[in-house]
Structures are given as C-alpha cells and as structure tokens.
Design a protein. Sequence first.
Length: 184
Amino acid sequence: MTKTGLARNDEALLNRDYSTATDAAPTTTGVTRMSQITVRAARPEDFPQWRALYRGYADFYRVEQTEEAAETVWGWVNDPAHEVDALVAEDADGRLLGLAHYRPYARPLSATVGGFLDDLFVAPEHRGSGAVDLLLGALREIAAERGWSVVRWITADDNHRARSKYDQVATRTMWVTYDMAPGR
C-alpha cells in the first residue's frame, strides 16, 4: 500500500489529471484570453514553482517559514510512506497557479477516515481564475475514491474572500479550534 491507501496498481489514480477547465484569464493588455487549468498531483520537478506558491501562502498568513521547513514539507509530499499529499493547479503553459496539501485522518467517534485539507493557496494574480474550484473539486473526487467520510479544513476568521468560496462548497461547523503547546 502507498501513503494514500491505494494499492500500487491503483497509482494511475494518483497520476491522472483530476480536473480541467477552460477559464477566461486577463492578459497584461487587458484582453481576455482562454486558458486551460489542470489539477494534478505534485511532481518532484514542481519544487521551484511549488516553493514560490508555498512562500506566498506563508506570507499571506504572516508565518515565518525557513527553507529547511519547506524542504521538509516537500519531502513529505514526495515520500510514499508519508501521509501528506499535494495537488497543484497548472495552466496550459506549465505554470503552477495554486496548491493544496491534504491527508487522511482518523475519526474515532464515527469510526471513519476523513480527509484534512491543511493548506490551500492560489497565487493572488490567479484568484478568480477557477483554480480554487478545481482544486477543491479534485479533492472531493479523491475523497470519494478513498471512501473518506468528510473533507475538513480551517481558515482564518478574517479570510473573508476564501470563506465566501468555502460557504459555497462546504458547511461551516460549530467547532472552535484550539492549539495547545506540548510540555508539562
């Protein structure tokens, strides 16, 4: 079994393009052109573009992220034994527009496995392109394929643009999140 819970002969599910859409995208001249956006699993050769997106994500949340930390996460994404997976949204020219990091998690109360969306980011210049819809749609497909009972994520209370989108595709829960530091 791989980190995704799929047998090796099912790896085609990991390597396929999950979704593709044609969206209108503004150019520098203000003219709208049509562009293809594809969502697929991250690949080792994506590191430089993934790193730029992940840096943008950390900057958005004002989180200091070292290169070592980013390389650790990238190592997880590319390690078949690790639970973290990544999707990327890519345009027709091979530019990465967005990313999603996700993983399975146990839900003891319901005796099920859910999916947790840890990170979701679309570069500011590509917001409104449909990339986030495609990333979330691909994750919904993955959840169905893997038999997950839910896909869950958190976001900042003041992330109004993202919350507006999330309200369209998911149900806001009543749960409040806490973080407890380890130690005595």
